[in-house]
Design a protein around this ligand. Structure first.
Ligand code: 1HN
Length: 366
């Protein structure tokens, strides 16, 4: 709210000043300070959850009715946060979506300045080719398509496949730096064997241990993306099991890293995986920056700013900047997370805190 209601000013001279200021395409800061400088972040995006039981049948119908072609480029249902006035974004800085491919389909090759990650939910037979390197995708795998890299998705099998797409598109759009280009061919040529980045990494002596860290990345920031393009579920699962066995905390977390620098996987995006042990409830935390979660296994609930969101495998939900969050599961669960925190950290504006008390539940979503 403005501190001065310009239109209600009684003094005719002052009212005319405000009118002339507005007519000159100017705004007086003293009337808008409080809406600009909020004590804590006030994201327009609101905590929200999209159910897999709703997403999945819609994606199936789209596979039946909508071909994947040039122009449309991808069969993708974008998480559209109701707080963002119709913009197709999960949060102010993050794109989140469900993408699907039917048997033998190819999502055409293109490249763009926004960077993307894929987290595989279900199915088999698809590979994403990234600058000539065909990366096979299986459930629980994380695949990177860094900004500027040619990429296409090809389904070589007979089944349907579903994955989560996360992009920094809203950030790149806010920076007025979106570039997009179609590849001359539907599928870019695959160079050599599949999964070359993985083979190169192992040949150079890299191990799964180098590809993720416990907790969150606090290492160096890196303007380059990870040269490793695939993070396999088998490695993630093993590391989480090891962490859970060695530490009694209710939630074990890993963050995927660029194994060369220890930084986040992309300069703009961080990816993590979180394992809630059966009966576990995490601490209540809040952080600046937005996060999107994908429930990979199990069921449970999250309390976000006092609202309880019950979830199960296949659901996706968003925790906007500075919203207090805690997560709990009776039977145990695995959550994938996508965050924009590398950007906030690079700019020196990242903050996080753990609340001393869990917030009471005042409302239930859905
Ligand atoms: C994109 O290129 C993909 O390559 C997915 O699979 C989602 C959302 C916005 C802009 C580009 C993909 C996208 C996207």
């Amino acid at each position: 709210m403005s501190t001065v209601e310009e239109s209600q000013v009684g003094d005719p001279e002052l009212r005319s000043l405000y009118q002339d200021i507005a007519a000159a395409e100017l705004r007086p800061l003293w009337t808008i300070t409080e809406q600009l400088l909020t004590p804590t972040p006030r994201p327009r995006a609101i905590p929200w959850l999209w159910r897999g039981s709703v997403l999945r049948p819609l994606a199936e119908r789209a596979i039946r009715l909508v071909p994947v072609e040039r122009g449309g480029e991808r069969r993708v249902l974008s998480l559209t946060n109701p707080g963002l006035g119709g913009r197709p974004y999960a949060a102010g800085t993050l794109w989140g979506a469900l993408q699907c491919l039917g048997p033998r389909e190819t999502a055409p090759a293109h490249r763009h300045s926004p960077g993307a990650i894929r987290f595989v939910i279900e199915g088999e037979g698809v590979w994403t080719t990234v600058d000539g390197d065909a990366c096979d995708m299986r459930p629980g795998d994380l695949v990177l398509t860094p900004g500027g890299a040619w990429h296409d998705h090809a389904n070589g099998g007979d089944g349907h496949m579903f994955w989560f797409d996360g992009l920094d598109l809203p950030m790149v759009e806010a920076l007025d730096a979106v570039f997009f280009e179609q590849h001359p061919e539907l599928r870019q040529p695959v160079e050599g064997e599949h999964n070359r980045s993985e083979a190169d990494f192992r040949e150079a002596g890299g191990t799964a241990r180098d590809t993720m860290v416990a907790g969150a990345v606090r290492g160096p920031l890196d303007a380059a993306h990870s040269p490793l393009l695939v993070y396999r579920w088998t490695d993630t699962d093993a590391r989480l099991a090891e962490l859970a066995a060695s530490d009694p905390a209710p939630m074990a977390s890993v963050e995927f890293t660029n194994p060369h620098s220890g930084a986040s996987v992309l300069p703009t995006l961080s990816c993590g995986m979180h394992r809630l042990r059966p009966g576990g409830t995490s601490a209540t935390t809040r952080r600046s920056g937005n996060r999107v979660y994908v429930v990979f296994r199990g069921e449970g609930h999250s309390v976000i700013e006092g609202r309880r969101f019950d979830w199960t495998a296949g659901d996706m939900f968003v925790v906007p900047s500075w919203a207090a969050e805690r997560h709990a599961s009776e039977g145990g669960a695995d959550l994938f997370s996508l965050g924009d925190d590398p950007v906030l950290r690079a700019l020196g504006i990242y903050r996080e805190e753990t609340l001393p008390q869990p917030q009471p539940v005042t409302d239930v979503f859905g």
